[in-house]
Design a protein. Structure first.
Length: 372
C-alpha cells in the first residue's frame, strides 16, 4: 500500500528579531513562523513554513489566518490522500480553496519535504535538479537610522557575509528617504550594490521624483515603488528610467508575470514561494519571466530556516538569478528552531544537501518558542 497523509499539525512560533526591522508599512520586533508538520502513514514527516510581515500589514493573510485556514479547510482536503501525489494535491487545494497562497506554500513545502525524504532525494532534485550549490544573498538595512545602517553594512562586508544591500524606504517623506539612501551609497561607494524597496508607498508622481534622485545617487534597482495593482504605472516607470524596476507585490504568480510582461514591462521579477502558493508556482513564474526576457531575483517574506531552505531548493534549479537573492531571513532572527542552521558565508548560503529540505527540527527550541 502506498503511503497516505495521516495528520497535519500547525504551530505558531514567535521569534524575536536581532533589531527593529523598519518597512514602509510596519516595524517588526518579532517574526511569527507558521510551522507545518505533516505526517504520512509510512512514518515520514514533512516540514513546511509560512510567514508574512507585521500581521496583516503586508497582505491579506496573517499568521493566525494561515494556521486557522490550514486547520479548518486545507488540511482536511489532504488527510487520507496519497502522500506522494504532490502536483495533484496542490491542484486539489486550488480547486477547493481560493487565495491563501502562504498557507498553500507551507503545505506544498511539507508535501515536497516528505516526498524527498521518502525517495532519498533533496527537494531541488524533485524540482528538476540544482544548477548551483551556493547562492548569493543580500542583506536588508532597515534599522531606521542612517548611521546604524552604514555600520551594519561595513560589518557585513568585513564578515564576507553580504556585498549587496537593500534599503527599506517609503515610511518617511521622499526627500528624507532620498537623503538617507544617498548617504549610505556615498559611504559604501563601489564596494557594494545598493538597492531600495519602497513596498508600494509612493504614488506615481512621487515615484518619478524619488527615482530620478535615487538614479542620480547610483542606486542599482528600485523595488515596487507604487501599489501592486498599478501595472501600467510600473511599466511607465520602467520605460522612463535607466535604473531598472523590480516588481515584487505586483507579481505573485505566473499569471501576474504574464500580464505585466504582456503590458511591456522590462524590469525584473522577485520570486517568492509565499506569493506563488509554493516552490512550484514560483518556478512557473520564473518560466514566464525567462520566456519574456525578464531577469529574476530570489525573494523572501522573511521566512525562517524551513521556508528559506524550501526557497533555496527552488532557486537552485534556475540557470540564472540576474539579481541574486535575499534569502537572509534566519539571520534576522535571534534564535532558530532547527538542529543545524543554514550555512551562510562568502556572500551567500549553501544549498542544504540532505533528503527533502535537508533540515531537522530542534524539538526543545521549537517547544520553547511555540505560542502557548
Ligand atoms: O521584499 C519585501 O517586500 C519583504 C522583505 C524582503 C526583505 C525584507 O527586509 O522584507
Ligand atoms: Mn519587496
Amino acid at each position: 500500500m502506498s503511503s497516505v497523509i495521516e495528520s497535519i499539525e500547525t504551530l505558531l512560533v514567535d521569534l524575536p528579531t536581532i533589531r527593529p526591522h523598519k518597512l514602509s508599512m510596519t516595524t517588526m520586533a518579532c517574526q511569527t513562523l507558521v510551522i507545518v508538520r505533516l505526517r504520512d502513514s509510512d512514518g515520514i514527516e514533512g516540514l513546511g513554513e509560512g510567514t508574512t510581515i507585521g500581521g496583516l500589514a503586508y497582505g491579506p493573510e496573517s499568521p493566525e489566518s494561515i494556521k486557522r485556514n490550514i486547520d479548518t479547510y486545507l488540511a482536511p482536503l489532504l488527510i487520507g490522500q496519497p502522500a506522494g501525489a504532490v502536483a495533484a494535491l496542490r491542484s486539489r487545494l486550488d480547486r477547493h480553496a481560493r487565495g491563501n497562497a502562504i498557507a498553500k506554500s507551507a503545505l506544498e513545502t511539507a508535501l515536497l519535504d516528505a516526498q524527498g525524504k521518502r525517495l532519498g532525494l533533496p527537494m531541488a532534485q524533485l524540482l528538476g535538479g540544482a544548477h548551483h550549490d551556493h547562492l548569493p544573498v543580500l542583506w536588508t538595512l532597515a534599522s531606521g537610522d542612517t548611521g546604524r545602517d552604514i555600520d551594519e553594512a561595513f560589518q557585513r562586508l568585513e564578515q564576507r557575509r553580504h556585498c549587496d544591500f537593500k534599503l527599506k524606504i517609503g515610511a518617511n517623506a521622499v526627500d528624507d528617504d532620498v537623503r538617507h539612501v544617498a548617504a549610505i551609497k556615498e559611504a559604501l561607494g563601489e564596494r557594494a550594490s545598493v538597492r531600495v524597496d519602497v513596498n508600494q508607498a509612493w504614488d506615481e508622481s512621487s515615484a518619478v521624483r524619488g527615482i530620478a534622485a535615487l538614479q542620480a545617487a547610483g542606486i542599482d534597482l528600485i523595488e515596487q515603488p507604487i501599489p501592486a495593482r498599478e501595472h501600467a504605472g510600473l511599466v511607465r516607470l520602467a520605460s522612463r528610467f535607466e535604473v531598472p524596476m523590480l516588481a515584487d507585490e505586483a507579481v505573485a504568480d505566473a499569471r501576474d508575470g504574464f500580464a505585466l510582461a504582456a503590458a511591456g514591462f522590462n524590469g525584473a521579477y522577485a520570486l517568492k514561494i509565499a506569493k506563488a502558493g509554493g516552490p512550484r508556482g514560483a518556478l512557473a513564474l520564473a518560466q514566464v519571466a525567462q520566456a519574456a526576457g525578464i531577469g529574476l531575483y530570489g525573494g523572501t517574506l522573511l521566512e525562517g530556516s524551513i521556508g528559506t531552505a524550501a526557497s533555496l531548493h527552488a532557486w537552485a534549479t534556475l540557470p540564472e538569478l540576474a539579481w541574486g537573492s535575499e534569502m537572509f531571513g534566519p539571520l534576522l532572527l535571534k534564535d532558530d528552531i532547527v538542529a543545524e542552521p543554514l550555512a551562510y558565508g562568502e556572500f551567500g548560503v549553501e544549498l542544504p544537501t540532505g533528503p527533502g529540505l535537508g533540515i531537522a527540527l530542534d524539538e526543545d527550541k521549537l517547544a520553547h518558542f511555540t505560542r502557548k
